[in-house]
Design a protein around this ligand. Structure first.
Ligand code: AMP
Ligand code: GLY
Length: 426
């Protein structure tokens, strides 16, 4: 089998974990990460000047470096149509077409898709400024709390959960009046579901072939005990004890297969990762959201638990023969804890020197929001700075390893949650 020259787009902890896994493959001849971070040089060549959203610049880079495959880490280039841009240009792109990426780019599209294919999800309706009165009437038919979702991409901030009816109507008005720009010109109002969430990742090849990756759970709130503001994610664990075989059977039969078949039946070209944000409602899985990429920080535990060769799997996606390629799971547990900049997800300082042991024996330190200053020192450059991942016999053991490694890493105002995984280990 031939080896591939690969360009990975993105710069977070997710891309660090994908880069490490790709670089471990004997099939990887060369790897570039654009724009990357201060840690991605460990896995390939970092290209800080290349922006994933400038498709013409990406095209020139692909030509200059004879790239065979582009792997897209985050949703923006996918929703903007990078798959379609490179169609028939002699380079494989792992990801959905622009039309299929609307599963993440438009909540209304995703909900209607689920309804068409009988995929379990919360009841909903979609409204615009012209139907505000009807929206308030619809809210009356639901029980508190009320879930309002901006239709379009809103950097993870477009979902509001309001405790009472009047607040929900006020918040809806603000959203429709442009709180999230064009993204909230349409708002999805849906039934509140209660239960515990998990993230299921599937690779699909657009031909009906699919592979289920290890299940993970992330911790979105900034504070311990799931309190405070939402963040991109403060930590993750895999496996997820409640996502047992019986639960995963339901996920596969009721959600994964109808999703894959639905995409095919509607002619939506999709050759990449599907992220199912699920909620366990008394043993019944329902879809909270689709994303068209891997999760961050889930990738930092999912990739370490993928025992099979990722490049083989990605090529299977792109070429449409995933059904012939194994995706074995590592039996060990994995946990990741995110070291964040104090103040995140609000404002925080950047450029703070990171010191201590960034290559500990019992953990993998994935860089996320890091860069190098003029002296070449590694400094903070984002809210989520490092993802410290460890293996263990079980989750408790994996978490103990990550916390021990974090004790030897320092930057001013570093903050991390000390209770990652605790809710699922009870
Ligand atoms: P989303 O961006 O759709 O994943 O929503 C962000 C978060 O809001 C989810 O991870 C859930 O915690 C919560 N959420 C979204 N939809 C619902 C719902 N229908 N019921 C309860 N919680 C929800
Ligand atoms: N960790 C959730 C996400 O990546 O959207």
């Amino acid at each position: 089998m031939s080896s591939l020259r690969i360009l990975l787009l993105g710069s977070g902890g997710r891309e660090s974990a994908l880069a490490r896994k790709i670089s471990q493959s004997p099939r990887c001849a060369a790897l570039w990460i654009a724009p990357g971070n201060a840690g991605t040089d460990a896995y390939g060549t970092t290209v800080p000047s290349l922006s994933p959203m400038k498709f013409d610049a990406v095209e020139a880079f692909v030509a200059e470096n004879a790239i065979d495959m582009i792997v897209v880490g985050n949703e923006d280039p996918l929703v903007a149509g990078i798959y379609d841009y490179f169609a028939n240009k002699g380079v494989m792109v792992v990801g959905p077409s622009r039309d299929a990426a609307a599963l993440e780019g438009s909540k209304d599209f995703a909900k209607a898709f689920m309804q068409r294919h009988n995929i379990p999800t919360a009841a909903y309706q979609t409204f615009t400024a012209d139907t505000y009165v009807q929206a308030c009437d619809f809210l009356k038919t639901l029980q508190a709390p009320y879930v309002l979702k901006a239709d379009g991409l809103a950097a993870g901030k477009g979902v509001l959960i309001l405790p009472d009816y009047d607040e929900a109507c006020t918040a809806l008005r603000t959203m429709l009046d442009g709180q999230f720009g064009a993204s909230s010109a349409k708002v999805v109002i849906e039934e509140f579901l209660s239960g515990i969430e998990c993230s299921v990742f599937v690779l699909t090849d657009g031909n009906g072939g699919y592979r289920i990756l290890p299940v993970a759970k992330d911790y979105k709130r900034v504070g311990e005990g799931d309190t405070g503001l939402n963040t991109g994610g403060m930590g993750a664990v895999s496996p997820v004890p409640f996502a047992d075989e019986a639960f995963m059977q339901k996920v596969e039969q009721r959600i994964i297969i109808p999703t894959i078949e639905g995409l095919k039946a509607e002619g939506l070209v999709y050759r990449g990762f599907i992220f199912l944000g699920l909620i366990n409602c008394a043993g019944e899985p329902k879809v909270i959201e689709y994303n068209v990429r891997m999760g961050d920080p889930e990738t930092e535990v999912v990739m370490p638990r993928l025992a099979s060769d990722l490049v083989d799997l990605l090529e299977g996606c792109a070429k449409g023969d995933l059904a012939n390629i194994p995706a074995e799971h590592d039996p060990r547990a994995a946990a990741t804890v995110i070291a964040t900049s104090g103040g995140y997800p609000g404002s925080y300082a950047k450029g703070l020197p990171i010191t201590g042991d960034l290559a500990p024996e019992h953990s993998i330190v994935f860089h996320a929001g890091t860069s190098r200053n003029a002296d070449g020192q590694v400094v903070t450059s984002g809210g989520r700075v490092l993802a410290v991942t460890s293996y263990g016999r079980d989750l408790a053991d994996a978490l103990a390893n990550s916390y021990a490694s974090l004790a030897n890493i320092h930057f001013d105002k570093m903050y991390f949650r000390r209770d990652i995984g605790r809710d699922v280990m009870k």
